[in-house]
Design a protein around this ligand. Structure first.
Ligand code: GDP
Ligand code: GDP
Length: 454
């Protein structure tokens, strides 16, 4: 145990920390009906989610939205592009995907064009799913076009909501309809009460060995499968006993299920990673040690850091490495994973079981760092010493100082520094490094913000 106060799951702040993940609203429709414009409208910003370059998969696909105080996640399926098998098939696949992961589907039709055969095919899929659907009649820029919207009653999935995603007309009413369709908000305690075992997301690009590790970990004691209460999605988790305790591995159904290698697979993987992270406390990012570090590995690590979850890095397929590669890898890791040097690392073989038992201590370390709270008195002593020994460089005749600091939160640790001026990037990195040296925080991102008093 650390000497510092550590908040645990059933600690005093558990209720507000353990809020259930927000429901998911997926936006579906043919290309050019205005899905991205609508998503921008919902997010209340002008910045372009809209891609100029067709054929480019958007990096981010899920966004946090808020309407009338209700939080939800909007998924822009427009980022998932039709492949060679043709538009109709691609849109159908997109609809299935949306239905799979969403609580509510917003189906966007261009009212000025009317319902096409492809739209009809999508309606079939949506109707069979039983998921609530909000029909959006887009490009109704003025009253004259309202009649076009009414024509869409013919699709047989309820009331068309006339809207101009571009100008905002009707978007408030539309969002009210979306809120009505969302599942009832679960009471905040539900999730906390369900959250006894620590929640682990097993992440990594395809073929790094996620399923193999899962099988290795589950072993004989395999698989108490259960679905999470309080959501209408049924992500299937597994409870696995490790080191004498139960751990909840998030969305193991998604890991075990095999997806076709197509353009959508990448998109789907990103989405799944994001939604697994939402529900997890700690992520194990699996990396194939027998191959060079890939862009996608780094991206997944960055996603974990951005999500504020604890992180363990597991180098898998260690059995395939020769001495030279092991040696090389150490240097490669330090260079390429420099933004996650603080993460505990384990070198394992999911195939042979080598050092798989080291995962639990690494998870414990990461979760401990994630939940560590430094008492204000200790923190300010630390800053007094730090500022005295290593003052901020003088800039333009001024020398910003840290007056006072407080830890505003845990999971991950968040610090607020009250300063007399802007602390430059290098100095903030120095502060982070020193905080880590002094107080641990292994396996957790830490968040530092400044309040400047001029
Ligand atoms: P997506 O492919 O479904 O994501 O469609 P986009 O959001 O990229 O929009 C396609 C085109 O339709 C763009 O040129 C938009 O400016 C335009 N558009 C989107 N919404 C509206 C609208 O409400 N009214 C009008 N007139 N044009 C719109
Ligand atoms: P996933 O796509 O991340 O779930 O990866 P899988 O668990 O399906 O593994 C992909 C391939 O890598 C399979 O052929 C596994 O047998 C192999 N594999 C997984 N872990 C190891 C390991 O530790 N050593 C070796 N040599 N092969 C492994």
């Amino acid at each position: 145990m650390s000497e510092y106060e550590i908040e645990t799951v059933d600690g005093p702040q558990a209720a507000d920390r353990e809020a259930a993940p927000p429901p998911v609203v997926a936006v579906v429709g043919r290309p050019n009906v205005g899905k991205s414009t609508l998503v921008n409208r919902i997010l209340g910003r002008r910045e372009a989610v809209v891609e100029d370059v067709p054929g480019v998969t958007r990096d981010r696909v899920a966004y946090e939205a808020n309407w009338s105080g209700r939080r939800f996640t909007v998924v822009d399926t427009g980022g998932w592009l039709p492949d060679a098998s043709g538009l109709a098939a691609a849109i159908a696949e997109q609809a299935r995907l949306a239905v799979d992961l969403a609580d509510v589907v917003m189906f966007v039709v261009d009212a000025t064009v009317g319902a096409t055969d492809v739209d009809e095919a999508v309606v079939d899929i949506l109707r069979r799913s039983g998921k609530p659907v909000v029909l959006v009649a887009n490009k109704v820029d003025d009253a004259a076009t309202e009649a076009d919207a009414a024509m869409l009653w013919s699709l047989g999935i309820g009331e068309p909501h006339p809207v101009s995603a571009l100008h905002g007309r009707g978007s408030g009413d539309l969002l009210d309809a979306v809120l009505d369709a969302l599942p009832a908000e679960p009471p905040p305690e539900t999730f906390a009460a369900a959250g006894g075992p620590r929640r682990v997301a097993l992440l990594g690009r395809p073929n790094v060995g996620k399923s193999s590790l899962l099988n290795q970990l589950a072993g004989e004691k395999r698989a108490v499968v259960d679905s999470v209460a309080g959501t209408t999605r049924d992500p299937v988790d597994e409870l696995i006993e490790l080191g004498g305790r139960e751990w909840r591995f998030i969305d193991t159904a998604g890991i075990r299920r095999r997806y076709r290698e197509n353009q959508g697979a990448d998109f789907y993987a990103t989405l799944r990673t994001q939604s697994a992270l939402e529900r997890a406390e700690v992520a194990v990012v699996l990396i194939d040690a027998s191959e060079p570090l890939a862009e996608q590995d780094l991206r997944i690590v960055s996603m974990v850091i951005e999500s504020g979850r604890a992180l363990v890095i597991a180098y898998n397929k260690w059995d395939l490495l020769d001495e030279e590669r092991r040696h090389y890898l150490e240097r490669e890791i330090d260079r390429q994973l420099h933004n996650a040097r603080w993460a505990p690392r384990v070198n394992i073989s999911a195939r042979t079981g080598r050092h798989v038992d080291r995962l639990v201590p690494a998870l414990d370390t990461a979760l401990e760092g994630w939940g560590t709270r430094v008492p204000t008195s200790k923190l300010n002593q630390f800053f007094a010493d730090l500022v005295a020994a290593h003052p901020h460089p003088i800039r333009g005749g001024k020398q910003p100082r840290v007056l006072f600091a407080t830890q505003a939160g845990v999971r991950p640790p968040k610090f607020v520094l009250f300063t007399t001026g802007f602390l430059e990037e290098g100095y903030r990195r120095f502060i982070e490094r020193r905080l880590r040296e002094e107080f641990g925080f292994a396996g957790t991102p830490i968040d530092i913000t400044m309040r400047i008093r001029e």
